[in-house]
Design a protein around this ligand. Structure first.
Ligand SMILES: Nc1ncnc2c1ncn2[C@@H]1O[C@H](COP(=O)(O)OP(=O)(O)OP(=O)(O)O)[C@@H](O)[C@H]1O
Length: 303
């Protein structure tokens, strides 16, 4: 069965198009990484799955239930680690879990969950003194209450130290082994790469690719990072290079340009630099990493 299905989903906030014609199917039992830079539309997508936000057009179903009409049934099967969750400062970690256990009508043991997320010693401490990472672990614990069939984790490694990020990945793997579907949003490719079966890359509201990590790697195999040294950098050069088909992200530091591009586009990128009036003094190419592939697919939001 399909765990999540988004069909022709668009979302507009006033003049801002947050999502454009999104079509995506997440299979039951898969760990899906939802990648995209800030503002790409990841949280909006998650909010629509949970019916916190309604699509301007299109439909969203979760385990075959319409997210808008059958919201309660959808929520019963989902555990969520939201992008921003404000814990109750004066309550302890144990009390937070007890609250969720009661709300969900299950009989989980709060201590067992706190052990799983690695903060059992903080069970009776008030959450106001928690570090960001401890709070994030608690919120993950809250998402795990009732062994949900679908875990939605919005930027789950935010605030976690390397050990915390590792613990998060271990929990995701355990959940996958249990058959849980995991929908995991992040702008950090390496977090997603380590645990996901498939990834979707969202950019400026559009899904630019959906593939397995291996599939992405095969694409990367034909990609390159081109570093070019020029005598001077004219004002129009970057735009000219960006306009070349097969060229992704382009950045410049002084007279050094770094161009993420498909192999076939390397020569055209060099020609574009010369046609802008700059002289190429030297260049070097490297096979692109997955990280560079991500930047090839996405556009940087200007600061
Ligand atoms: N309630 C809202 N009102 C107006 N615009 C909104 C609203 N919510 C989101 N947007 C806009 O929709 C776009 C997508 O935002 P969204 O929060 O979904 O991105 P994101 O990929 O989750 O980003 P981040 O990684 O920064 O959390 C952005 O341009 C954002 O400004």
């Amino acid at each position: 069965m399909t765990a999540i299905e988004l069909t022709d989903v668009s979302k507009r906030f006033g003049n801002v198009v947050a999502l454009r014609n999104l079509n995506l199917q997440i299979k039951e039992g898969e760990v899906f990484g939802f990648l995209g830079p800030n503002g790409a539309g990841k949280s909006t997508t998650i909010d629509m799955i949970l019916d916190y936000v309604r699509p301007t057009s299109g439909t969203v179903t979760v385990f075959g239930h319409d997210a808008q009409r059958d919201t309660r049934r959808v929520h019963e099967r989902i555990g969520v680690l939201p992008d921003a969750y404000h814990a109750y400062d004066h309550l302890s970690a144990r009390q937070h879990l007890e609250f969720v256990i009661e709300t969900r009508g299950v009989d989980d043991d709060p201590m067992r969950i706190l052990q799983r997320v690695g903060i059992p010693e903080a069970a009776d401490r008030r959450v106001e003194g928690f570090s960001k990472g401890m709070a994030q672990r608690l919120i993950l614990g809250m998402a795990l209450v009732g062994d949900p069939d679908l875990l939605i984790l919005d930027e789950p490694t935010t605030g976690l130290d390397p050990n915390g990020a590792l613990a998060m990945r271990e929990i995701i793997r355990e959940e996958r082994d249990r058959g849980t579907t995991v929908f995991f949003s992040s702008h950090i490719l390496e977090q997603v790469e380590a645990v996901c079966d498939r990834v979707g890359i969202l950019d400026a509201g559009e899904l630019v690719t959906v593939d397995s990590i291996d599939g992405l790697r095969r694409t990367v195999g034909s990609g390159a990072s081109l570093t070019v040294e020029v005598d001077r950098l004219s004002s129009g050069t970057l735009d000219r290079v960006r306009a070349v088909e097969g060229v992704g992200h382009v950045s410049a530091d002084g007279t050094t340009l770094v161009v993420a591009c498909a192999d076939r586009a390397k020569k055209r990128a060099l020609d574009a630099i010369e046609s802008a009036g700059d002289t190429v003094l030297d260049f070097d190419t490297e096979e692109a990493s997955l990280e560079e592939l991500f930047t090839t697919y996405t556009t940087e939001v200007p600061a």
